[in-house]
Ligand binder design. Structure first.
Ligand code: ZN
Length: 145
C-alpha cells in the first residue's frame, strides 16, 4: 500500500509543478473566480464552449500543491466533456473527497486519500467549485467558506 500511496503523491506533485491547461483563454465564454481563504488558495477557471461541450478549459491561480494539482487534473478530465458530464464528475469528486461516495474515475482517484484530511478537502475541491460556478455562469466569486 505504501507504494501505491507514493505513486499517488507523485502524480499530485507532478501536476502541481507542471500544471496542465494553465493560463487564460482569450475569448472565453465563461469565467469564474474562487478562493479558499482557509489555505489561501485562489483559482480562476476559463471555459470555451462548443454547444454544450467544453471545447477548452484553463485555469490560473496560486496556492498549495493539492489545490494546483486538483485544478490541473480537473482541466484534463473535463475537457471534451459535456456540461452535464462535467457536473456529474464534480459531484462524484466531491462525494469521494468528503467520504460520501466511492473513488472517482481515472486520475481523479489520486485524491481519494484527501478524505482522511478534512482541512485539505477545500483545497482539492476549490477548482471544481469554481468550474461549477463557471458552468452556471455565476459572476460572483465563489468561496469554499
Ligand atoms: Zn490549499
Amino acid at each position: 500500500m505504501a507504494d501505491v500511496r507514493d505513486l499517488y503523491q507523485e502524480v499530485i506533485l507532478e501536476h502541481s509543478k507542471t500544471p496542465r491547461n494553465h493560463g487564460r483563454i482569450a475569448g472565453a465564454d465563461r469565467v469564474a473566480e474562487g478562493e479558499n481563504p482557509l489555505c489561501g488558495d485562489e483559482c480562476t477557471v476559463y471555459l470555451r464552449l462548443a454547444g454544450d461541450t467544453i471545447a477548452e478549459v484553463a485555469f490560473e491561480g496560486h496556492g498549495c500543491a493539492i489545490s494546483k494539482a486538483s485544478a490541473s487534473i480537473m482541466t484534463t478530465t473535463v475537457k471534451g466533456r459535456t456540461l452535464a458530464e462535467a457536473e456529474r464528475l464534480f459531484e462524484g469528486f466531491h462525494d469521494m473527497v468528503t467520504g460520501a461516495g466511492p473513488a472517482a474515475e481515472g486520475r481523479l482517484a489520486v485524491f481519494e486519500g484527501v478524505k482522511e484530511f478534512p482541512a485539505r478537502v477545500k483545497c482539492a475541491t476549490l477548482a471544481w467549485h469554481t468550474l461549477h460556478a463557471a458552468m452556471e455562469g455565476k459572476h460572483e466569486p465563489v468561496s469554499t467558506e
